[in-house]
Design a binder for this molecule. Sequence first.
Ligand code: HEC
Ligand code: HEC
Length: 233
Amino acid sequence: MFHSKCITSAGLAMVILLLSTAAFAENDSSASQPSSAASATNQSGDELKLRIGPGDPVAGKDKAALCFGCHGEDGNSTDPQYPKLAGQYGIYIAKQIRNYLANTRSHQVMSGMASSISDADLADISAYFASQPIMKGAHPSNNKLGKKLFENDDLSRMMVRCNSCHGATGKGMDPGNPVYPVIGGQHKEYLLAQLINFRKGARNNSPGGIMNITVHRLSDAELDALADYISGL
Ligand code: HEC
Ligand code: HEC
């Protein structure tokens, strides 16, 4: 369980360590699978391989059918309580499913869904959603507070600017690293719910509690502004 009283300057040291090393890079075997989905996006072949991860996106499409009702056939859900998965890193998607299964991230519906996915299918399903064109907001937000927080550190509150890990437009680190998810263009409602969960420790599956540390001193209005801005990217 995450407790805000545990946060000390050691937390900040951790953030800096995270940024300066590949401490949390998972063993990545993503280079092993050629992809037939390269034409679906403008990404270079290497970027797309990294995004897709070790699975087979073509085989994954049929296997992912049970997810479409909520997450959309192309990973762009329409109901904002369901996150978009389009273009999300395959390795990140698979990690979340394992976390739901192990109850290190909990949600009634997704924990149930996670237990219905076999290990063999997980990489392919994740690869399918990852191979879709990357999620995008319907229209840009001109939320000034959100943009300011997204792009500027506030080390007095141990807040490291979001774009240092999630990339300039929230589409992931540049160069890509599947530890850091795509958040730009995600639904506002979902983003806000996750930020609130991280702040109160109801979600604490980020490596080293990095997301809990990052948002623990932000106000409701600041989290709302961030979610608003990021959803438009
Ligand atoms: C009945 C609706 C429903 C179905 C079906 C469903 N999901 Fe979900 N999914 C959700 C909800 C709601 C959340 C948000 C849960 C939370 O807040 O933790 C979610 C979250 C997720 C996340 C976390 C996304 C992120 O950005 O961290 C992943 C990954 C995911 N689902 C994958 C799947 C896969 C793969 C399937 C099919 C095997 C599936 N889901 C089927 C409702 C559903
Ligand atoms: C030091 C790196 C780092 C910084 C800075 C950072 N994040 Fe994150 N963030 C992560 C990682 C790593 C994850 C993935 C957590 C996991 O594995 O479940 C994450 C996850 C998230 C998620 C959940 C995504 C999803 O699909 O469920 C949101 C939302 C998010 N971050 C928003 C932000 C915002 C807003 C900021 C700035 C206030 C920020 N992050 C700053 C590393 C960072």
